[in-house]
Design a protein around this ligand. Structure first.
Ligand SMILES: Nc1ncnc2c1ncn2[C@@H]1O[C@H](COP(=O)(O)OP(=O)(O)OP(=O)(O)O)[C@@H](O)[C@H]1O
Ligand SMILES: Nc1nc2c(ncn2[C@@H]2O[C@H](COP(=O)(O)O)[C@@H](O)[C@H]2O)c(=O)[nH]1
Length: 196
């Protein structure tokens, strides 16, 4: 094992700004291809409909410290982290898993895992659309205001320079087109896995 991911393990890292559709893409990969999601930890309160152990491991600031993290960040005032324990649970079921991270986390995964991290960067043509999307998801209005004003939001709108040579950039304006791009990408990943 290296960094919690065996030589044969692959992690699809889905990154991009808030509301670009990272969770939607991760859910699609699970439903369409059975690719398990690595559940990460956060100190932010659950949104309506979110469940502990499914959407996140919801933590207090104290319990957050007790896990062992491959990486952790503060995003718009809350802590988030991907634990070795969470990765192990995902990889126990499949050599290919997905994880949803901000761009700082995606950079760490690319650095630590090399080509075992497959980076997807999601964009939308009009960033104004992102506010509508997260409003329609039912986020708390004060959290939306804080998030859109945060430097983390601005940073995640752009693909970091070190990820530019490796990232698969998918514009998620049209869901049918996004699914086509994902299907083609997953098919290439499986082809590579079969021959490695
Ligand atoms: N192609 C699309 N067209 C329109 N709406 C979309 C599209 N993709 C996702 N959405 C909707 O946008 C909202 C935000 O999507 P999602 O929660 O997947 O984003 P996210 O990137 O995971 O956000 P965050 O980083 O804030 O958790 C959801 O209501 C989702 O249904
Ligand atoms: N670097 C990490 N980023 C993470 C992790 N878990 C989630 N995230 C990202 O945080 C923001 C906010 O998430 P939200 O659920 O509150 O909207 C978003 O970009 C997520 O992708 C993690 O473990 N590490």
């Amino acid at each position: 094992m290296t960094n919690g991911v065996s030589e044969r393990g692959r992690v699809i890292v889905i990154t991009g700004a808030t509301g670009t559709g990272k969770t939607t893409v991760s859910d699609y990969l699970t439903k369409r291809f059975g690719i398990p999601q690595v559940i990460t930890h956060t100190t932010r309160p659950p949104r309506p409909g979110e469940t502990d152990g499914i959407d996140y491991y919801f933590e207090s600031p104290e319990s957050f410290q007790k896990n062992h993290y491959l990486e952790s960040v503060t995003y718009a005032g809350n802590r988030y982290g991907s634990s070795y324990e969470g990765l192990d649970r995902g990889l126990a079921h499949s050599p290919l898993v997905s994880i949803v991270l901000d761009t700082a986390g995606a950079e760490t995964y690319a650095k630590e895992l090399g080509d075992r991290a497959i980076i997807i960067f999601l964009t939308v043509a009009t960033p104004m659309e992102l506010a509508n999307r997260i409003e329609s998801r039912g986020d708390n209005p004060e959290m939306i205001r804080q998030r859109l004003a945060s430097p983390d939001f601005q940073r995640d709108l752009k693909l970091p320079e070190d990820l530019q040579p490796v990232a698969h950039v998918i514009s998620n304006d049209n869901w049918a087109e996004t699914k086509r791009r994902l299907d083609a990408l997953v098919s290439r990943i499986y082809d590579k896995l079969m021959t490695s």
